[in-house]
Design a protein around this ligand. Structure first.
Ligand SMILES: Cc1cc2nc3c(=O)[nH]c(=O)nc-3n(C[C@H](O)[C@H](O)[C@H](O)COP(=O)(O)O)c2cc1C
Length: 372
């Protein structure tokens, strides 16, 4: 009930205020009950056991305040952050815009963060209490940093002991120079710094790299290979795009920042499929992929898994559609997999071609609808 009232009221509020309200609601446990946990939904990824393949993407809970509430919604994992070493305010407001008619959002938050100490203390308390899901920690660099590699070292060292996995975020478009770290020697040095930070704590957790959807096919292949040789555990594809596809109609379409939601769907799906194909080509099929970008339905989540994702994440569709989207996607995924008589692990990467994966998912969903 609270969420229904909040959703209606939320739409009338500026986007950032609505976001803060939603984080507070989750922080204080005002969330609708999740569907019952189902052992059929479990999936392993990077050596971790996930209750289900659906996660909350980074950027919603930037300071690790709402982890328990988000898990209560039914997510199998939540990725907190991006967390920077030092607290910083981010860009001036307004910096988040709803593109309602496009089912999209543009944000240029610029890593507003309470810093790693505040987040680490919250995560330490959380680990002391019973926990019902995987918590990933997404790390980044301060805007004013003169040594971005050292920022990844520091955040990994402080946060690895309180994380189930770490994500190196080098793909947000709102911190100048950050996305340059996706290439060549900068990528090698960033991964080496984060890995060293983690190793210096004596803790080992999987380390993922999150990439931008705006890489060319050859840049993607290069980044995958460099990251693999640097020992990375998996990839999260994708972050928001700086592209503005034709067809956007909302008044805010000209705002600068990263675009997320429906207009990002095809780009993220195709990039994931490209990554899965390339990894298969170089014999690295055991490297997990996490698909994110424009997912707003069970069919879209299913397609992402067929194309190569072990796990999927959502953000914008949750913000626009509300928390009932979580059980909707989960029950849809369960029914679709059951109708094909396959486990999620068996489905992953079966169709490493974006359009074909999506058509197949739509076909399975239609057959299910016709038979019900
Ligand atoms: C308001 C907003 C803030 C975000 N902040 C972060 C962030 O701090 N770190 C990060 O890695 N991704 C961040 N993202 C990107 C999301 O995690 C996700 O990769 C992207 O939005 C695509 O998924 P979606 O279309 O389901 O939203 C943010 C997205 C939005 C909409």
């Amino acid at each position: 009930m609270f969420w229904q009232l909040a959703s209606a009221a939320n739409r009338a509020l500026p986007a950032e205020t609505a976001h803060r309200l939603a984080v507070s609601a989750m922080k204080f446990g005002f969330v609708p009950a999740a569907m019952q946990a189902d052992t059929q939904m479990q999936i392993g990824c990077a050596g971790l056991d996930f209750a289900n393949p659906l996660g909350l993407a980074a950027g919603f809970d930037k300071n690790a305040e709402a982890v328990k509430g988000a898990l209560k919604l039914g997510f199998g994992h939540i990725e907190v952050g991006t967390i920077t070493p030092l607290p910083q305010p981010g860009n001036p407001r307004p910096r988040v815009f709803r593109l309602t008619s496009d089912n999209a959002v543009i944000n240029r938050y610029g890593f507003n963060s309470q810093g790693m100490e505040a987040a680490a203390r919250r995560l330490e308390r959380l680990r002391g209490s019973a926990q019902a899901g995987i918590v990933g920690v997404n790390i980044g660099a301060n805007k004013a940093s003169t040594d971005k590699f050292d920022d990844y070292y520091k955040t990994a060292r402080r946060l690895a002991p309180v994380a189930d996995y770490l994500t190196i975020n080098i793909s947000s478009p709102n911190t100048e120079g950050l996305r340059d770290l996706q290439h060549d020697d900068s990528l090698r040095r960033t991964i080496a710094a984060a890995t060293q930070g983690m190793q210096d704590t004596g803790v080992t957790v999987p380390v993922f790299v999150k990439l931008a959807p705006d890489l060319s096919e050859s840049q993607l292949a290069g980044s995958l290979e460099i990251a693999l040789s640097a020992g990375i555990s998996g990839f999260i594809l994708t972050n928001t795009t700086i592209d503005r596809p034709d067809g956007l109609v909302s008044v805010h379409k000209g705002q600068s920042g990263g675009l997320s939601g429906a207009p990002l769907h095809d780009k993220s799906l195709f990039m994931l499929a490209q990554a899965a194909s390339h990894l298969a080509h170089i014999g690295a099929t055991d490297i997990p992929l996490i698909g994110v970008g424009g997912i707003g339905s069970a069919e879209q989540a299913y397609a992402r898994m067929l194309a190569g994702a072990s796990l999927v994440q959502i953000y914008t569709a949750l913000a626009l559609q509300g928390p009932q989207l979580v059980p909707r996607i989960l029950s849809g995924l369960r029914q679709m997999a059951a109708s094909e008589g396959a486990s999620f692990a068996e489905l992953t990467g079966q169709i490493r071609q974006g359009q074909r994966a999506y058509h197949h998912a739509l076909h399975v969903a239609r057959k299910l609808a016709d038979s019900s």
